[in-house]
Design a protein around this ligand. Structure first.
Ligand code: GLN
Length: 276
């Protein structure tokens, strides 16, 4: 999996150069006011969003503890609270739209949502079609198997692997063996991580590749499952916005970094991730 780590290095370089570009070459950041532009209102209220006065978030609330539904069907989780805090900083009201993972990314790409947050890994392909804030978390792809299973990190390619469609777990695992994957024949993409894990419980697949925090929740909820020792791939999560919308990207990134600096971000994480 070394090659993917290398790719992530590239991806991060992309994020950095993007912020540099943003800092030096953003037309919208031109301080010279045009005659039509009202220059007296604070920055946050002039931010153009999908719906005036609102920050529209697309997510896939099936990725605990980053996003999941509470008993009343309301999306909660780390990403949701961070988004809420970002919206507050920007003087906007957060609107959460829950949808499929792929669609949540597309919504931000197409400008139907302002931001996408769904434990989204920054990678080269996604950087080609959308912009990302600085990273706010590290994700580790791990492998879930049944207790006592013969499957291990080295022989995974001999078995059937379940993943969530559209996720990096699916993308990497279904890649060719030359690229560190196991080939499409060995990988089944399910509509959610939960369904992939159910397929493992039912014996339809021999392993599930998924991000570590949801993995821990699924293993806890399903006796007889365990996570293999070791890391399959390490990744960075960030907030996605429409490509080229540097004003929004800078605003969201600025708010995110303030939340990191003042401890709000860590406070949210600590409420969801407790050391057991
Ligand atoms: N981090 C993975 C990805 O971005 C999975 C995210 C998810 O399932 N919500 O593809």
């Amino acid at each position: 999996m070394k090659n993917y780590k290398k790719m992530m290095g590239l991806a991060l370089t992309g994020v950095l150069s993007l912020s540099l570009l943003t800092a030096c070459g953003d037309k919208k950041a031109d301080p010279t006011p045009t005659p039509e532009v009202e220059n007296t209102t604070p920055v946050e209220t002039t931010l153009k969003t999908v719906q005036e006065g609102k920050l529209t978030l697309s997510t896939n609330a099936e990725f605990p503890p980053y996003e999941m539904l509470d008993d009343s069907g309301k999306p909660i989780g780390i990403d949701m609270e961070v988004a809420e805090a970002i919206a507050k900083k920007l003087g906007l009201e957060l609107v959460i739209n829950d949808m499929g993972f792929d669609v949540a990314l597309l919504a931000a790409q197409n400008g139907q949502s302002d931001i996408a947050m769904a434990g989204i890994t920054v990678n080269e392909d996604r950087l080609a079609v959308m912009d990302f804030t600085d990273s706010y978390a590290t994700g580790v792809q791990v492998v879930i198997v049944k207790e006592g299973s013969e499957v291990n990190m080295d022989n995974l390619g001999d078995y059937q692997i379940g993943t969530q469609l559209g996720t990096t777990g699916y993308i990497y695992a279904s890649d060719t063996p030359e690229n560190g994957g196991y080939g499409e024949d060995h990988v089944i993409g399910y509509e959610s991580g939960a369904v992939a894990v159910q397929a493992l419980v039912n014996g339809q697949v021999d392993a599930v590749i998924i991000d570590n925090l949801p993995a821990a929740e699924y293993v806890k909820a399903n006796p007889g499952l365990t996570t293999l020792e070791g890391t399959w791939v390490e990744e960075d999560y960030a907030i996605g916005v429409q490509k080229g919308n540097t004003e929004l990207l800078n605003a969201v990134n600025g708010a995110l970094n303030e939340l990191k600096a003042d401890g709000t971000f860590q406070g949210i994480v600590d409420r969801y991730i407790t050391a057991d």
